[in-house]
Structures are given as structure tokens and as C-alpha cells.
Design a protein around this ligand. Structure first.
Ligand SMILES: Cc1cc2nc3c(=O)[nH]c(=O)nc-3n(C[C@H](O)[C@H](O)[C@H](O)COP(=O)(O)O)c2cc1C
Ligand code: SF4
Length: 679
């Protein structure tokens, strides 16, 4: 038996957890009609099969109708949820994985304009900034009903075969009652005393216990320190922990430190890339020591070494590796097989979490099979016939193509014009804050080298280079070049955001960054310029700036920019540029009227995405069997591509990533996986 602390079993009441690694509750927004159906089940079952000991399903499954789903949550208040839960728990139990679910009432952390259009309720009428809505102050009859709603929902989960339930008490209704900052009630549930502020949650716990009995596992994920002025202090948080324990009805604590009422606060609870790893681990250890209940915790513990330390040092009983499992569901299997170096690293990009609000589903920036378990593989199956595959370009798309082709067992050759792999990702990772992004490339490089992929760097591949390899398949992943041809006059005067990020162009002193692509590049360039002390104006024709950067990803930029000489201008469009002496005159208009104005800068930068580098593709196209065509049905449903367009052709030809059109890292990698997995 392994001596690895992470692989030791843990006894939680009657339940034996087979190792110390868990997935904490996280709603990937995959429910359909509020129910965890096939997609949901496949997502958890994949991770259960690979050995995780406990998966905490849902995230904020709603117990009441007036806790409408903020991001497509499971509707635990509906009886019809039970059979879906049963299928989910059966599927995970088949692999020896324990399954629990997080239940909650979101309180003010949701809106009224979804679900049944009921007003949200809270112990305060104050708006939660992140969700903007204004709740109704909860009344006695709301409280009585919500307590019963919790008990009903817990009973449904027990009936569905769950091993236990976790109550959510950070940023939601329970701790809205607890916190002096958000409890504005008088009487038995409000006021000065902690006894009053905890009354609601203790009554909920009581009601659930009465309903589910002594044997069912009941835990709570709670903020033991809101880390904000006027909120729950660490001292009070520990006292809350003691009182929860004193009920004799709570089986585990899952420790949170911080508050989540703004995106900025949320990133301190769930740190994104560039922020410290495991920032609250020692605090969780303190809670474990002081309270003495089984203790779980997750907050940017992306690597096995830190997780092992957390268990070996007795800081935690179960360590949460949640986003790490979104990036690689096979973590536990790879640890057991002594293949830790094969684990696909979570790079903290938090594309996953940001997308539950903006994209309607969690997706991993560099694992496109996550959330697509029904069509995309996490493990690549070997091909029946070994082929010669040539990949041109070693950016994220090309590296994924090379990885997948080599895992299929093919003979793979990569051509890359630059001296290193990585393309735009390598440039992005030059910023200290986004350094973790390079693991997207490094992991693929290691996987490729382990399978003898041949790399030809500093080689601008021409048709003859490709043909010399006598390929069966050619993947053109040549990316794109910054697009700066957008003005009616003066295109030659502007530089691109990528010129700044790559340090090819020195920042000016009085700089306009015009951004109509809305992605990271503009902000990243602006941050680099602002750091030099220059004045930067970021201008967008949209009604909000950087729409593709999304909530949590925006936080580090704002923290880096707002104390510098930076201004944001929305709803204006750069039309033209002219040289005026040593300066440049920007002609600025708007999409809303014929208004124009002229202003001077010493540098004008544009972020207008990239134009595909597609010359090689078009040269190769007539010689290919498929004439470059992609059958979209086959692509979408994960079937092999037909190759009948040109029977005289020599090879299959595909173009992927930004070489097709400017998109993002996830799109580039998804292009590669879904085509190459069937070559
Ligand atoms: C897509 C997504 C949704 C989440 N939703 C919830 C939620 O509903 N409830 C909750 O307690 N935590 C939620 N979390 C937070 C995770 O449980 C976890 O605390 C967080 O991801 C930090 O752990 P990690 O660094 O191991 O990922 C969510 C996380 C992600 C990525
Ligand atoms: S999107 Fe980023 S943070 Fe989220 S799982 Fe993938 S690598 Fe990790």
C-alpha cells in the first residue's frame, strides 16, 4: 500500500473516503432545466472513475423558489430532481467515489428577474454589488418557509442517494444573517448578539437533522473570517465554528476566508493566476486545530506537492483540488501510477469560473474535453494505422495538435518559424502576473517530447518542406499577425498591442490604446505602459470595456491600473490618425452619431485582433484530399472527417486556431483536439 499521505483513506463518520483528495462544490452551469442530466453526470463520473475520493456536486443548489438560479444552478426545491440525483450518485458510487451536494439559499446574491420572478430576500435590504439587485428584507414567514425548504431539499438529496449535504455559508443567506455587515434585522434573528444572528442557521440545521436522521452526513462551508471592516472577524468566525460543533449535528467544516460580494473580493477567496497559491491553507489549519471537526478546504492548491503538504502537516483532513480537476480529471490516477509529471496543470486562468456568468457554462482554457465528456476524450485512444502528421506552427493550437497526434501513435513533425513554441501564449506569459500561462505550452511540449515528436524551430515552412515529409495529414496552425489596418487614414502610424507586449515597441508618454477586440491584449499592453508612468487612455466603441476579459480576470488589471495615470473611455471609436509635428492626432468618432473630435497623443496603439497567416494553407489546398474542407457535423459530434472531395489528393489538410480567424486559446485548442483525435 502506498505511503503517500494523499492516498490514505479517511473515515468521516460511517463513510470511508478512499483518499484525501476531493472536488469542492462548484456549479459549472451544466444543468438542463435545473436538473443534473447526462452532461452533468458525465462530468462527475469521469472524475470519479479516475479516483477522486469525494465529489461535492452542484454549487449553490437552490433550496427555495425565491433563491432563483444566479448561474444555472440545480433546482433542489423540485421533486423531479430526485431521479436525476439518483443517476448521478449511482454513477459515481460505481467507482467508489463518495458524492455530496451543496445546498443553499442565495439570499441577496441573485436577482429577481429569473425563475419565478420572486423578490430575493436577505437580512439586509442593501444591494450585493456583484449581482446589483436589491433584496426584500426577510420577514418571519419567509424565515419559517425557508427553514422547511432546506429540510425538504436535504431530504430529496438523501432520497437521491447522496452521502451527505454541505450548507453554503459564505456570501449567501446563512452568513448574511451571521455578519454584522449584512444583518439589519431586529428581534430574534438580528441585532448585536451572535446568538441571534446564528439563530436562523441553527434552526435550519435542526430541521435538516430531524428530517435526514443521525447517520446522514451534514457539513457546512463557511467563512471563518470575512476579512473586511465590519464583517465577521477571525475571532468571531472561530466562535461560529465552536457553536456549530456544539450543536453535535455538524460532521465537517469546509473553511473559507474572505467575502464574495464583489468580483475583487471573490478573487481573494478564489485566487486567479498571478495570485499566491494556497493563501488560506494555514488559516484552515488553525480552524481545524481550534475547532476539532473534520476539515476541508480549497483555494488555489493546484499542485500535488502543496496538497500533500496540507495533509502531511495535518492542516486539513480533505484537500480540495477543484479547478485542478477541471484541468485534469485524472489527477488521482496519475498520482497512484507515479505519473505526477503527466498532470495537465491548472494555470489559474479562471476562464472556467468567469464563463458561468458570461458564457453560460464552465470551460477550461486548455482542456476542451472538460464539460464535453459526452463528445470529447480526456484520454486519447491509439489509432489503428500509424500516419505521418505534419503540424505547421507551435502555438497553442499546433502544440495541442502535435500532442494529440503523438498520443494517437502517429509520427509527428512540427515546423515553427520562431525559436520557441508558444506563439501568443508565450508573449502573454512574459507578464509576471500571467506567467502561469506558459504551462499550457510546457505541458504539451513535455508530452510531445516523451513521444518523440520532431520539432523544427526557426523554420518558416514552405510547401516544399511539408511535401518533403510525405505527410498523410497536414495541420496548419500558423496563427495570425496583429491587424492594424482599420483606420480611414494613418494605419502606418499606429502600433499593435502585441508590439508592446512583445517589447518590440517602446511605450510612449501620452498613449491612446484603442480596443475593439475587447480581449486581454489591450489591458496587458496598457498595464505595461502605465507602469512606466505614462498617461494611458483605453478607448472602446463598446458600452463597456474589455468584454472578453470577464469579471474575475478583470480584477488584477484594475488593481494594477487604477492607481496609475489611466483613463477608460467607452462608446468612442478611433477613426483616423495623422502626424502633427512630434505628435499624432487621433480623429475620434462614435457609432451613435456623427460627432467627431481630434486629440493629440505621442503613441496610438490598436487592439484589433489578428489576420490569419494562411498563405501555406492556400498553397497546399489543391493538393489535399479534402481540399481543406471540414465537415461541421462530424466536427461537432466528434466523428472522423470524410476525405472524398479530391480523390487524387495526397494528404488530409486542416487549418486550425487563429490561422482560420482570430479567436482565443480555448478555441484554438478545441479546434486541434476535435480534428486530430480522429486522424
Ligand atoms: C465554475 C466554478 C463554480 C463554482 N461555484 C461554487 C459554488 O457554487 N459554491 C461554492 O462553494 N464554491 C464554488 N466554487 C468554488 C470552488 O468550490 C473552489 O472553492 C474554488 O474553485 C477554489 O478552489 P480551487 O483553487 O481548488 O479551484 C466554484 C468554482 C468554479 C471554478
Ligand atoms: S480555466 Fe484555468 S483556472 Fe479554470 S480549470 Fe482551466 S486552467 Fe484551471
Amino acid at each position: 500500500m502506498s505511503k503517500d499521505p494523499l492516498l490514505q483513506p479517511y473515515q468521516l463518520k460511517h463513510l470511508t473516503l478512499k483518499n484525501r483528495i476531493m472536488i469542492t462544490s462548484h456549479e459549472p452551469a451544466y444543468p438542463e432545466d435545473g436538473m443534473p442530466k447526462e452532461r452533468y453526470r458525465a462530468y462527475h463520473e469521469t472524475r470519479a472513475r479516475a479516483g477522486v475520493a469525494l465529489t461535492m456536486t452542484a454549487g449553490s443548489a437552490a433550496v427555495s423558489r425565491n433563491s432563483p438560479p444566479a448561474f444555472n444552478n440545480i433546482l433542489a426545491y423540485k421533486d423531479e430532481v430526485v431521479p436525476w440525483i439518483r443517476e448521478l450518485t449511482d454513477a459515481c458510487h460505481d467507482h467508489g467515489c463518495a458524492v455530496m451536494i451543496q445546498l443553499t439559499h442565495l439570499g441577496r446574491r441573485t436577482g429577481w428577474n429569473k425563475g419565478d420572478w420572486l423578490p430575493s430576500v436577505s437580512s439586509t435590504m442593501a444591494q450585493e454589488p456583484a449581482h446589483r439587485f436589491f433584496p426584500k428584507l426577510v420577514e418571519d414567514w419567509d424565515i419559517a418557509r425557508i427553514i422547511q425548504d432546506y429540510a425538504d431539499a436535504a431530504e430529496r438529496m438523501k432520497e437521491g442517494g447522496m452521502d451527505g449535504v454541505e450548507l453554503e455559508a459564505y456570501g449567501h443567506l446563512m452568513d448574511q444573517f451571521w455578519s454584522p455587515a449584512t444583518n439589519h434585522l431586529d428581534g430574534p434573528y438580528g441585532g448585536e448578539t451572535l446568538e441571534n444572528r446564528m439563530r436562523f442557521s441553527l434552526e435550519v440545521i435542526d430541521a435538516i437533522r430531524k428530517r435526514v436522521g443521525e447517520d446522514f452526513i451534514l457539513g457546512i462551508r463557511f467563512t471563518a473570517d470575512e476579512a473586511m471592516k465590519g464583517g465577521i472577524t477571525a475571532e468571531e468566525g472561530l466562535e461560529i465554528g465552536r457553536r456549530l460543533k456544539a450543536t453535535g449535528q455538524i460532521d465537517f467544516l469546509n473553511v473559507i476566508r474572505g467575502h464574495i460580494d464583489t468580483d475583487a473580493a471573490l478573487t481573494d477567496v478564489i485566487p486567479v493566476q498571478g495570485m499566491r497559491n494556497a493563501p488560506h491553507l494555514d488559516f484552515a489549519g488553525t480552524v481545524r486545530r481550534e475547532i476539532g471537526l473534520p476539515t476541508f478546504h480549497a483555494a488555489k492548491i493546484p499542485d500535488v506537492a502543496t496538497a500533500r503538504h496540507a495533509i502531511a502537516e495535518g492542516l486539513l483532513d480533505m484537500v480540495g483540488m477543484t479547478r485542478a480537476h477541471m484541468a485534469d480529471p485524472l489527477i488521482v490516477r496519475k498520482i497512484s501510477e507515479m505519473r505526477e509529471e503527466d498532470i495537465r496543470p491548472c494555470v489559474g486562468a479562471t476562464y472556467c469560473l468567469d464563463r458561468i456568468y458570461q458564457g453560460g457554462e464552465a470551460l477550461c482554457i486548455h482542456n476542451p474535453a472538460t464539460g464535453r465528456e459526452l463528445t470529447m476524450p480526456h484520454e486519447i485512444s491509439p489509432a489503428s494505422i500509424k500516419k505521418k502528421v505534419v503540424v505547421v506552427g507551435a502555438g497553442p493550437a499546433g502544440m495541442e495538435a502535435a500532442r494529440v497526434a503523438s498520443e494517437r501513435g502517429h509520427d509527428v513533425v512540427v515546423f515553427e518559424a520562431a525559436p520557441d513554441a508558444g506563439g501568443q501564449v508565450r508573449l502573454t506569459a512574459q507578464s509576471e502576473r500571467r506567467r502561469e500561462m506558459i504551462s499550457i505550452i510546457d505541458w504539451r511540449m513535455d508530452q510531445c517530447l516523451a513521444r518523440n515528436v520532431r520539432f523544427n524551430f526557426n523554420t518558416y515552412a514552405e510547401e516544399s518542406d511539408v511535401m518533403f515529409e510525405n505527410p498523410d495529414a497536414v495541420i496548419v496552425a500558423t496563427g495570425g499577425l496583429p491587424h492594424t489596418e482599420l483606420l480611414s487614414e494613418g494605419n502606418d502610424l499606429v502600433v499593435s498591442a502585441w508590439d508592446i507586449i512583445s517589447c518590440d515597441v517602446k511605450p510612449g508618454r501620452q498613449v491612446l490604446v484603442f480596443d475593439d477586440a475587447g480581449d486581454h491584449a489591450a489591458l496587458q499592453a496598457a498595464e505595461m505602459i502605465a507602469k512606466t508612468g505614462a498617461h494611458v487612455e483605453i478607448m472602446t466603441p463598446d458600452r463597456s470595456f474589455s468584454p472578453e476579459v470577464m469579471g474575475m480576470n478583470l480584477v488584477p488589471y484594475m488593481r494594477a491600473l487604477q492607481d496609475k495615470d489611466v483613463r477608460f473611455t467607452v462608446t468612442y471609436r478611433l477613426k483616423a490618425a495623422r502626424r502633427t509635428g512630434n505628435l499624432m492626432t487621433a480623429v475620434i468618432g462614435t457609432d451613435y452619431s456623427s460627432f467627431t473630435e481630434e486629440r493629440d497623443f505621442d503613441q496610438i496603439i490598436v487592439n484589433h485582433a489578428t489576420v490569419p497567416l494562411d498563405e501555406l494553407y492556400f498553397e497546399l489546398k489543391p493538393r489535399s484530399k479534402n481540399l481543406g474542407a471540414v465537415n461541421q457535423e462530424a466536427l461537432i459530434f466528434g466523428r472522423p472527417q470524410p476525405l472524398e472531395a479530391n480523390p487524387d489528393g495526397d494528404f488530409a489538410l486542416y487549418r486550425i486556431g487563429d490561422a482560420v480567424s482570430a479567436r482565443n486559446t480555448h478555441a484554438a485548442i478545441y479546434d486541434a483536439l476535435r480534428l486530430v483525435k480522429d486522424i
